[in-house]
Design a protein around this ligand. Structure first.
Ligand code: NAD
Length: 488
């Protein structure tokens, strides 16, 4: 059985921890590899190497630093199918979903290639007689990413290309549930011949996170995961003087107004709810119909029933399993709560039969109708293929419900009225708004926003926010002696 290693100082090395966790294929329960649970010594080694690598990297011109990213783009593209296959095996998603995730990762590499212009400073001449003032951007130092399981390849790339292009060295801590994808990608990045230490990979779980949060040379931390851990990482990281951006969980509402196009809405909403088996931080979760709901309900039910669930490498399959058996139990328990609260299951995907994959963590598309808006199911992140359908009377009521929630990752509206769409985007409290869009995922030029308990911090990942996050500004006020001699 393969035992995964850390990548430190340009070399693959054994973890200093002797504890290992199984990496499991969620479709079959086959053990794919073993990942070290990691410890503070691993982090100390990686941080020290990254700190040394930083001294050379920060003095490498930005135009040269992005040359590594151009090569990285080609490497990722040339190995896309291989990476996607690994994503399928360890995360359970379909091959097409895995490829789409890597396309998003590559888009961020492309965007960060514009860093020579993106991190340009500002200059003002003669702010007083003979005195000039300018602002330059300099890298922070050693930065780190702590990633969740649901996008084993993409999420690290909301940060890594920008961090490196800005001149930081970078440590990756993948989710211990899906460490194979980043191990493969770092293996490819080894071919880039970055200065030693500039890139590190530390495998592991909580102990590694705590060590990253405490290590003095780590200056910036990007976290993505569940809200409670995000809040913990944000507060502990900040208490240790680090710059932290921490993206948390979500519970994404979608409002369907009476003037929405039923066919288009159905197709987009169903893709949003069941894509990646509902394990997307931008997965639609609660569908709120306003006014007459007979046609849209029938259409959603019909479409959910035809979605094929199974092993992600089967080309006919549209939806894979959830990540672990515990996850499956959690989703089923939440459904039970929804039923106790008065909800009715109108499409029941619990415990489907998937021939050849009887042990997989499968839940087929499920719809529960009429859950109470003030109940537990309506408020809790499900992170599984369950659509909660609720019917109300006005757009105002829908927006009030959305704004009463704990999360603010995404809110969507389906309508053909510009006026209603405008009201919705203006009033709904979420960082990403979709108007006739089911997964409002910002492209690489835009920040991946999130509000309320979906985000702790200020600057988000991607685009200009990433440049600001991964640099610190230095303002220089300058006078030269010759000017001093000028008459004031
Ligand atoms: P998670 O919070 O369990 O784990 C995320 C990371 O934190 C992992 O690397 C894990 O090793 C580490 N971790 C877990 N528990 C910890 C603890 N107690 N102390 C320190 N570190 C800990 O999240 P997950 O289950 O891997 O991912 C799913 C969650 O991520 C969902 O809530 C989803 O909404 C969220 N997510 C959010 C976004 C976003 O952009 N807002 C994107 C993707 C996923």
């Amino acid at each position: 059985m393969e035992k995964l290693k850390n990548y430190i100082n340009g070399q693959w090395v054994d973890s200093r921890s002797e504890q290992f966790l199984n990496v499991v294929n969620p479709a079959s329960q086959e053990v794919l590899a073993q990942v070290p649970s990691g410890n503070a010594l691993d982090v100390a080694d990686a941080a020290q190497a990254a700190h040394e690598g930083f001294q050379e990297w920060k003095n490498t011109p930005v135009s040269k630093r992005v040359q590594y990213l151009f090569k990285l783009k080609t490497l990722l593209e040339d190995n896309l199918d291989d990476i996607a296959k690994t994503i399928v095996l360890e995360s359970g998603k379909t091959f097409l979903e895995a490829k789409a995730e890597m396309v998003r990762a590559i888009e961020n590499v492309e965007n960060a290639c514009g860093m020579p212009a993106m991190m340009q400073g500002e200059f003002s001449e003669d702010i007083a007689k003979g005195i000039d003032e300018y602002m330059i951007r300099q890298p922070l130092g050693v930065c780190a990413c702590i990633a969740p399981f649901n996008f084993p390849g993409m999420i690290t790339f909301w940060f890594l290309p920008y961090a490196l292009a800005c001149g930081n060295s970078y440590i990756i801590k993948p989710s211990e549930k899906v460490p194979l994808t980043m191990t493969k990608i770092v293996g490819l990045m080894d071919q880039l011949d970055l200065p030693k230490g500039v890139l590190g990979l530390v495998q592991g779980a909580r102990e590694v996170v705590d060590a990253i949060l405490e290590h003095p040379v780590v200056k910036g931390i990007s976290f993505v995961g569940s809200s409670n851990v995000a809040k913990y990482v944000y507060s502990k990281g900040a208490a240790h003087g680090k710059r932290v951006q921490a993206q948390g969980g979500a519970k994404n509402p979608v409002v369907v107004l009476p003037d929405a196009d039923i066919d288009m809405t159905t197709q987009i909403v169903i893709d949003s709810v069941y894509g990646c088996a509902g394990q997307r931080c931008l997965a639609a979760s609660t569908i709120i119909t306003v006014g007459d709901h007979k046609d849209i309900t029938e259409s959603l039910v019909e479409s959910a029933k035809t979605r094929k669930t199974g092993f992600g490498l089967d080309s006919e399959v549209q939806m894979g399993p959830v990540i672990t058996a515990e996850s499956k139990n959690r989703v089923n328990n939440l459904l039970d709560k929804g039923i106790k609260e008065g909800g009715r299951v109108i499409v029941d995907g619990r415990n489907p039969n998937i021939p050849g994959f009887e042990n997989g963590n499968f839940i087929a598309p499920t719809i529960i109708e009429d859950i109470p808006l003030d109940g537990e199911l309506a408020a809790t992140e499900i992170f599984g293929p369950v659509l909660s359908l609720v019917h109300i009377n006005t757009i105002e009521e829908a927006i009030r419900f959305i704004n009463s929630g704990r999360y603010g990752n995404m809110a969507c509206v389906f309508t053909s009225s510009g006026l209603n769409a405008r009201k919705f985007r203006h009033e709904a409290e979420a960082g990403n708004i979709g108007i006739n869009i089911g997964v409002a995922a910002p492209v690489a030029q835009f920040p991946f926003s999130g509000w309320k308990d979906s985000f702790y911090g200020d600057l988000h990942g991607q685009g200009k926010h990433a440049v600001e996050f991964f640099t610190q500004t230095k303002v220089v006020i300058e006078r030269w002696l010759k000017e001093w001699n000028r008459k004031f």
